[in-house]
Design a protein around this ligand. Structure first.
Ligand code: UPG
Length: 348
């Protein structure tokens, strides 16, 4: 199958590219031009077509004969400042819209889109007395007082977290999250109007070799190992009990390959979203301990009680729909993958 892969030179794109080639697919590798804090250097890579993702004129030639597009190119991270808003909208929203229009014009009707768990906002919660709850953002006063947990809006009591299914309420809370949800909406509209079919893969916390090193936009696992390499103990925010799902980049690549094969045979006018996660929830404190153990360092993680405004408390995916509909099950347990990640090469 001929697949056009955008973001091919990035951390996740590189892993997908390898997986697709191993499966015998013909890959048109594109590095969509996204000037950001940590640009991917494709100088000296004639196998990667470099273009500005927002420029329509460059797509028709590349899309010739393509059956499925795998769209990974995006500006990532949580949105560090308000000044980032136009960059997220330009590269993620407009970039995707331009690509979808070009696909329609070229008669390419299948797309797999990289989305994110950030479209959910907070995870899912239940109160023992009042059942399912959707807490709003945590107040600054509560965070300042070291009260990191969400509370039941009805009784103020504690909430237990639950895994988030794809049908959960969508509540994007950052510029990045807004742009990821917009990408999903554009893909759904394109599928309906243009007789296409789209699958969005909502990645949870992805880690693995080639991950960008310590930048404001990189994930916490890379930050923890960078701290240790610099001789500093990893700093765990809040109380370290916040829960996430850490999924290995190799599993993410496999999920994309499976989705590409599935979307080719999916009915037209269909949009479907799937969580891509390990299915093995882990606390951030345990992530820090797993990475520290893998480095062999005796620098124990420090729980600082510091916090980031806008962080959600717990966000843990349900892997059930991806398993039942796509047949995707992650292989790498974070308790094995994170210590191993501690000594794998990172991207500068
Ligand atoms: O030095 C640090 C940095 C972060 N954290 C905590 O670690 C957790 C995870 O943080 P992070 O790795 O930044 O991921 P998330 O906040 O879960 O996810 C956001 O940040 C990721 C990295 O940019 C993006 O991939 C996601 O889409 C985006 O939602 C949060 O509770 C942070 O407070 C620490 O304890 N210490």
């Amino acid at each position: 199958m001929k697949v056009l892969l955008t973001g091919a030179a990035g951390f996740i794109g590189t892993a997908i590219w390898t997986e697709l080639v191993e499966r015998g697919h013909d890959v048109v590798a594109v590095d969509a031009y996204i000037p950001q804090a940590h640009p991917v250097d494709v100088a000296g890579r004639p196998d990667v077509h470099r273009l500005d993702v927002r420029r329509a004129g460059e797509w028709p030639e590349l899309l010739r004969g393509v059956e499925v597009v795998c769209h990974q190119a995006a500006m990532v991270g949580a949105g560090v400042t308000v000044a980032d808003l136009p960059a997220y909208a330009g590269h993620n929203d407009l970039g995707t819209a331009v690509l979808l229009a070009a696909m329609h014009a070229a008669g390419v009707g299948r797309i797999v889109l990289a989305s994110s768990m950030v479209v959910y906002g907070e995870g899912r919660y239940a109160c023992a007395a009042h059942g399912a709850q959707e807490p709003g953002p945590r107040s600054l006063a509560a965070l300042e007082a070291g009260d990191f947990d969400n509370h039941c809006p009805q009784c103020g009591g504690g909430l237990t977290w639950e895994t988030v299914p794809e049908r959960a309420r969508l509540d994007p809370r950052s510029s990045y999250a807004a742009s990821k949800l917009a990408q999903e909406h554009y893909a759904a509209a394109w599928a309906r109007q243009g007789q296409g079919s789209a699958i969005a893969l909502r990645y949870h916390n992805v880690y693995g070799p080639g991950m960008p090193r310590d930048t404001p936009y990189s994930g916490v696992a890379a930050m923890f190992r960078s701290s240790i390499e610099a001789g500093r103990a990893p700093e765990v925010f809040e109380d370290g009990a916040q829960m996430r799902d850490f999924v290995h980049v190799g599993d993410v690549a496999r999920a994309n390959a499976i989705a590409i094969e599935a979307v080719l045979h999916a009915p037209t006018q269909r949009f479907a979203a799937f969580n891509v996660c390990s299915g093995r929830p882990i606390s951030i404190g345990d992530v820090a301990r797993a990475v520290a153990a893998g480095t062999g360092s005796d620098l124990a993680p420090i729980v600082t009680g510091r916090y980031r405004i806008g962080d959600v408390r717990h966000i843990v995916a349900s892997p059930a729909l991806a398993r039942s509909e796509l047949g995707f099950v992650a292989e790498v347990d974070p308790l094995v993958g994170l210590p191993r990640f501690a000594t794998e090469p990172l991207r500068a």
